[in-house]
Design a protein around this ligand. Structure first.
Ligand code: GLP
Length: 258
């Protein structure tokens, strides 16, 4: 695992974008798993500036989607991917894939999304944020590590945290479709971006704590290619891990234990 700690959220976005651009430009086509939320926002902006200004052979796969918002709702993740990320990266809308949260049968929709991921050959790199409760995607605490794309209930903590994107907390959906933890672990590489003062506890539990269902992000300790990029606020409670020095950022396994 590599840990990169920057001064400030924007610098974290830049560091994450550099890593992404390096991987994307050396591949003829790239299947990018994208997270929404505030943490990766500046990453997408910096990535757009780092990639050459031509349509890239990038396919975007959403991690999750709210259930219950009308199609085209500004807070649906499909719209975020289409109007935000795909448009920034100058990608065709046909390259955007989102779990079908509008399907009348969520189980069938989950299976269909898992099949779509498999038919595309899997995700080359999965971008993740982390919830203050350690969730990844919408895999809330005690999600099974073997879980796949499915319908989940959101915790009140998550609904409250995400209410900043809605007029009131009552407007935040209570269910969502999310890729499961085993989908996330199946990606060839994972890039976790954590910024801000609400993340230290979650980050400690994820990367220094035991691998436990109580912290879904701790499952990432089982993955072979994980980079964590965070700002100093999010990193403020880490005690055992030491950030990768700049010159060694490209190397593997260079987080040392004290
Ligand atoms: C939402 C998303 C997650 C995201 C999390 C953290 O719940 N479903 O994928 O990681 O929020 O978001 P933020 O980066 O805004 O704190």
């Amino acid at each position: 695992m590599r840990l990169i700690v920057t001064d400030g959220a924007d610098a974290a976005g830049h560091a994450a974008a550099e890593l992404l651009a390096e991987r994307i430009t050396r591949a003829p086509k790239f299947r990018l798993g994208v997270a929404t939320g505030s943490s990766p926002e500046s990453t997408y902006r910096h990535l757009a500036a780092l990639l050459p200004p031509r349509p890239h052979a990038i396919e975007l796969f959403a991690l999750d989607e709210y259930i219950g918002l009308p199609r085209g709702h500004a807070q649906s993740y499909e719209e975020t991917l289409k109007q935000g990320i795909a448009s920034l990266l100058n990608l065709d809308l046909g390259s955007v894939h989102v779990p079908d949260a509008w399907h009348s049968d969520p189980t069938a929709a989950g299976l269909r999304y898992d099949a779509l991921l498999a038919n595309h050959g899997g995700i080359d790199l999965q971008i993740l944020g982390i919830g203050a409760n350690g969730h990844i995607g919408f895999n809330e605490p005690f999600s099974e590590f073997g879980s796949r794309t499915r319908r989940v209930a959101l915790t009140e903590e998550t609904r409250r945290a995400n209410s900043r994107f809605f007029a009131t907390v009552d407007q935040v959906p209570t269910y969502a479709m999310t890729q499961g933890i085993s989908n996330i672990l199946a990606a060839s590489a994972v890039l976790l971006i954590a910024t801000g003062q609400h993340k230290p506890d979650a980050l400690v539990a994820a990367i220094e704590g035991p691998i436990a269902w109580a912290c879904p992000a701790s499952a990432l300790q089982l993955h072979r290619d994980v980079t964590v990029v965070c700002d100093s606020a999010a990193a403020s409670s880490l005690t055992q891990t030491i950030p990768t020095p700049p010159a060694r950022r490209q190397g593997a396994n260079n987080v040392r234990l004290r």
